[in-house]
Design a protein around this ligand. Sequence first.
Ligand code: C5P
Length: 420
Amino acid sequence: MAQPVLQGRSILLVIGGGIAAYKSAELVRLIRKAGGDVRVILTRAGSQFVTPLTLASLTGNKVQEDLFSLTDEVEMGHIELSRSADLVVVAPATADLMAKAANGLANDLASTALLATDKRILMAPAMNVRMWLHPATQRNLAALKQDGVRLVGPDAGEMACGEFGPGRMAEPAAILEAIVAALAGPTVIPMPEWQAPAPASGPLSGRHVLVTAGPTHEPIDPVRYIANRSSGKQGYALAEAARALGARVTLVSGPVTLPDPPGITVIRVETAREMDRAVEQALPADLAIFAAAVADWRVEDEAGQKLKKDGNAIPPLRLMENPDILARIARHLTRRPGLVIGFAAETENVIGHATAKRLRKGCDIIVANDVSPASGVMGGDRNIVHIIDAAGVTTLPEMAKAEVAAVLMQRFAALLGGET
Ligand code: C5P
């Protein structure tokens, strides 16, 4: 190879226990020739097929074999070992190593390094054809792919054990090509952010807070629906703010692209009627916040099949009213939550419309905001809200939706009072 394509790149090579391990020595040679640095983790089984001395000679580095070697931990701990590389390559990746990695087991140095790394992993599977085709291995393979692990091989052919089929480790030259390709993109895998657990105590601890969020989708036929532009951001922020104050939170969410906030029970629904049922089932609650942009109408006779373009005839859409979830819960005879909050998204005469809405819906407070296109509130990250209660109107300064949520939740918690 004329060009040292791996110059300055460092590979952590995990060698599992299989006859194909003898090819890994050749792989080390190719990586070194391409300018790469190689550190090796040799499993106990792997050391039956290739010696640490061979690998140390080829890599010029000490071969790591034992998880609990104190001197190794001092020189380079297993976390450091797995993160100082640009890429982790497992060759041969045995059925056992794949199973451990797919399930997050960490009971030796190799599996611990695979779990601890923040770098991409490339596996070159090698095993008997029946082991490869076994549903357990295929399941593990699917899980590894889902986790972003890349694969090279296995090849089909005659195997060392005399059987024929897929399971032979890819040739070292092919693995080298896969290494170069894997290093072409970003090598660090973004980790999910650590989330602090809900505080054991807080002004809402012992309280159940119910929040609705997002739009609803009202089907026209199996593939079309009526919807609105709600992103769900303000409702999700409110649910997280309630949890941060110690509440048990149920979030009934219409279709949004936001992930489930940790520590919160999320019930995903599509239509207004599903949302209505989910809210009813989530009762009783101490505080209920209706931040969802529920569709006011649904199609009266939803088509069972996709509507077809039929000459010039345009299908008429007859609409009918959806249940008003907020109004129903605010007047619930047996299980009205102690505090019921509605939201009003208006495009003009914001305070006037919202004040009338509070009385019409029967809720304690309406939080009103201007969602005219010029305001940028729909789908945006900031919001200006007016809090309307029996005493009058309080307008909060423009803030991020998360801050709006925190300020509102503090007020709601204060209104509920300390006792549960
Ligand atoms: O009537 P309007 O849709 O403007 O009222 C907004 C408030 O009512 C919001 O709090 C919204 O979540 C709630 N709502 C509801 N069920 C409906 C319509 C609105 O809960 N069908």
